[in-house]
Design a binder for this molecule. Structure first.
Ligand code: NAI
Length: 403
């Protein structure tokens, strides 16, 4: 593959990403009438995923891990019912969108390089999908809802029972789909260590105008079925025994931390550590009782709960957390496990670095943001000065990775 040529054409297309994405989907749906039904009714959150995935590939062309990433991506795409015919239709529309958007940069050589590159990508993805099907892995796991508990208007704790064994590691997440919002998938952390009865907890915080979180909070009933994707994420335990650690969880970021602590309570109850549990207000501190139960099982775990003061904005809890982190000692010795809203992760990770924590020992997953293109599109100058952050559901992060 001519990596240089691929990158230079992609750089041109990327500056008109919004336009290219619109052209791509129009072309795909117009020329392949059955394909529209495979995508959610509301395409807005879906639209930038294509570019996120492509950027990931184009910026890692020489990365030896790319083949593994694409294999995982193909495996993950089985839940979208991606067939070989769909791969080929997508390739045709992608090249048409690039040709339309790249203008003079779309030379014969560029077209050849992209045809070859897409062919490689699609082959690796299809091989990943075939491998997982041959290994007997389902395209998704059907899971029956056995508990649905509301906390106030915005929080729901679900327990589901997958119908087939569902292997995962504590701290991982899954994409979840419900018939209430067909073909929409959203990621939620798995909130418990694997149990003998196979049940899995999910913590859902309702997002204003969020299709899935509103359906799961308000319309889902016990007895209904959800679909779970294969688990992903790298927020898994990797601290050597005896090394102290800190867990910091904000909002439903409590879910993966709870799973990690349940695992530790069973495997390493002698661990020395601290847990900071952050919530926007007292009534949202739904994990407190569980945290206390776990600290009784792990006597060396010190728990601090932090909320915003009454009538103060929810982010004041983060300011209070930062104060608490500054008065805690011994940061260079600690591994830190961090979960919560993306902006919270960024702010706290920076603070921890200032406090002397080794950035390579701060572990967090960034769950994919949705609807980035709902924002005002950036001008070309803005893209050049400050390229937007990348958001993608990175299946390469599925296996625990040692830093
Ligand atoms: N593995 C992970 O990192 C996980 C992340 N999450 C994410 O956590 C979030 C949970 O949502 P909710 O429970 O509604 O949380 P929330 O909106 O109530 O926020 C909880 C706390 O996080 C802090 N926070 C929120 N936004 C912030 C910002 N912009 N800057 C600084 N601090 C901020 C505040 O202290 C707030 O009190 C979702 O975004 C979800 O995707 C959820 C589960 C796992």
């Amino acid at each position: 593959m001519d990596a240089q040529l691929l990158r230079s054409t992609f750089a041109v297309v990327e500056r008109r990403a919004e336009h290219a994405v619109t052209f791509f989907y129009s072309h795909l749906f117009w020329h392949n009438p059955g394909v529209r039904e495979l995508f959610p009714e509301d395409m807005a959150p879906q639209r930038d995923r294509l570019f996120a995935a492509l950027t990931h590939v184009v910026t890692r062309l020489e990365d030896p891990g790319l083949a593994g990433y694409l294999g995982q991506l193909g495996r993950d795409h089985r839940r979208f019912l991606a067939t070989p015919a769909l791969y080929s239709a997508v390739g045709t529309s992608l090249l048409a969108a690039f040709a339309h958007t790249a203008g003079a940069a779309w030379t014969v050589e560029a077209e050849k390089a992209w045809t070859e590159a897409y062919g490689r990508v699609a082959d690796l993805m299809k091989a990943g999908a075939q491998e997982s099907a041959a290994a007997g892995q389902p395209a998704w796991w059907d899971a029956d809802v056995v508990r649905h508990e509301r906390y106030g208007d915005d929080l729901t704790l679900l327990t589901v029972r997958p119908r087939q064994p569902y292997p995962y590691l504590p701290g991982q997440y899954a994409s979840v789909s419900s018939l209430h919002v067909p073909r929409v998938w959203r990621t939620y952390s798995l909130a418990n260590a694997p149990r003998p009865d196979g049940t899995v907890d999910l913590h859902v915080s309702r997002v204003a105008d969020g299709l899935m979180s509103t359906a799961l909070t308000s319309r889902l009933r016990v007895g209904e079925t959800l679909r779970l994707s294969s688990p992903g994420g790298a927020l898994t335990a990797r601290t050597p025994p005896g090394k102290p650690r800190t867990f910091i969880a904000a909002g439903t970021g409590w879910a993966p931390v709870r799973a990690l602590l349940e695992e530790a309570a069973a495997d390493e109850p002698e661990l020395e550590g601290r847990l900071f549990l952050v919530a926007r207000a007292k009534e949202y501190l739904y994990g407190r009782a569980d945290a206390e139960r776990l600290s009784a099982l792990i006597p060396g775990l010190h728990v601090t709960c932090i909320t915003a003061a009454p009538c103060r904005p929810r982010d004041q809890a983060t300011e209070r957390l930062v104060q608490a982190l500054r008065s805690s000692l011994n940061w260079p010795a600690h591994d830190v496990y961090l979960a919560g809203p993306p902006a919270f992760l960024t702010e706290v990770a920076e603070e921890l670095e200032d406090l002397g924590t080794d950035p390579a020992r701060v572990f967090h997953d960034r769950l994919p943001a949705v609807g980035r293109f709902a924002e005002r599109p950036r001008s070309r100058a803005e893209w050049l000065i400050e390229p937007p952050p990348l958001h993608w559901h990175d299946p390469a992060a599925r296996a625990p990775q040692e830093p």
